[in-house]
Design a binder for this molecule. Structure first.
Ligand SMILES: Nc1ncnc2c1ncn2[C@@H]1O[C@H](COP(=O)(O)OP(=O)(O)OP(=O)(O)O)[C@@H](O)[C@H]1O
Ligand SMILES: [Mg+2]
Length: 279
């Protein structure tokens, strides 16, 4: 059977192999229950704690294609919904990624939605209440959502200024799942698995992560994420010395302040003698 053009568009978004995701609480059950009744979901939590990996895993688990849009400050409603573009035969409508997901029944993941222009909320509101429809004003079309369509957004309350916060009327449409860095033994398991690192090394790096997180709000906007710990473990796997790997993957990216680098370095050094014995 020939694929329809739409099926062709979405096949690129299908997730064939299971993305590794280590559940930390009841997030898998809550997301599955939300999806079962097509409720929109908001993933809240700091950077690098597994939100993107989780949504990839859930899309795979639920057998739905995943359309991801990374929001940025210039992202407009037209970037999501679509626009007319000039073509040799005149102007031709091009669906945006959200419209594609709505028509074809994908999970659409809008990453850091609060960064986008305010007009984007206008398009997501009717999609996230009982209407489940996407108005394409310029085209004069109201697209009813495919029964399998679902919207997931990520939102990091810590980083937003009041001006950029989501509106109450937006927030209150979503089921929320809160993410944080997992408890040390679980985080070590993740770091070891993702970086192919020895458990001992992973545990030491998690200790480094904990130290850095203690400086959160005391000069550091955020401590080292699980992502950073994985990077450090990969550098060690690639031949770097542990202290050099920590400096390159954690200390230097996380702050530009010399004083803070020193404080962080000292906090980390306190964990290192034991860790260095691994080398
Ligand atoms: N629970 C977990 N299971 C498996 N891998 C995880 C988990 N948590 C974090 N990771 C690892 O950490 C990396 C960073 O996670 P991810 O990209 O999902 O973060 P994020 O929360 O989406 O961050 P951001 O807000 O910056 O987009 C992943 O690539 C994965 O390797
Ligand atoms: Mg992400």
């Amino acid at each position: 059977m020939a694929l329809s053009p739409a099926a062709g568009r979405l096949s690129a978004h299908e997730i064939a192999d299971e993305p590794y995701y280590r559940a930390v609480g009841d997030e898998v059950e809550i997301f599955a229950a939300s999806y079962a009744c097509r409720l929109p979901v908001m993933l809240k939590g700091p950077t690098g704690c597994g939100k993107t990996r989780f949504v990839e895993h859930m899309a795979w688990r639920l057998g739905r294609p995943l359309v991801t849009v990374a929001a940025h400050e210039d992202l407009t409603a037209a970037d999501l919904a679509g626009r007319f573009l000039l073509a040799p035969e005149g102007t031709v409508w091009h669906d945006g990624p959200l419209t594609t997901a709505v028509r074809e029944g994908a999970i659409c993941y809008l990453d850091e939605i609060v960064e986008a222009r305010q007009d984007t909320t206008v398009v997501i509101h009717p999609l996230t209440d009982a209407r489940r429809a996407l108005p394409l004003e310029k085209k004069g079309e109201l697209v009813a959502a495919h029964p399998d369509f679902q919207l997931t957004i990520s939102y990091n309350p810590g980083y937003q200024s009041a001006v950029k916060d989501l509106k109450e009327s937006t927030k209150q449409r979503f089921v929320a799942i809160e993410f944080d860095y997992p408890e040390p033994s679980v985080e070590a398991e993740i770091v070891a698995r993702e970086a192919g690192a020895e458990p001992e090394l992973a545990r030491s790096l998690v200790e480094v992560g904990l130290r850095s997180r203690n400086l959160r709000g005391r000069g550091l906007a955020e401590g080292a994420s699980t992502r950073m710990l994985i990077h450090a473990a990969k550098l060690v796997g690639g031949g770097a010395a542990l202290d050099a790997a920590i400096r390159a993957a954690i200390v230097l990216p996380i702050t530009d302040e010399p004083d803070m680098r020193e404080a962080l370095g000292a906090a980390i050094a306190a964990t290192l003698p034991q860790a260095l014995r691994l080398q």
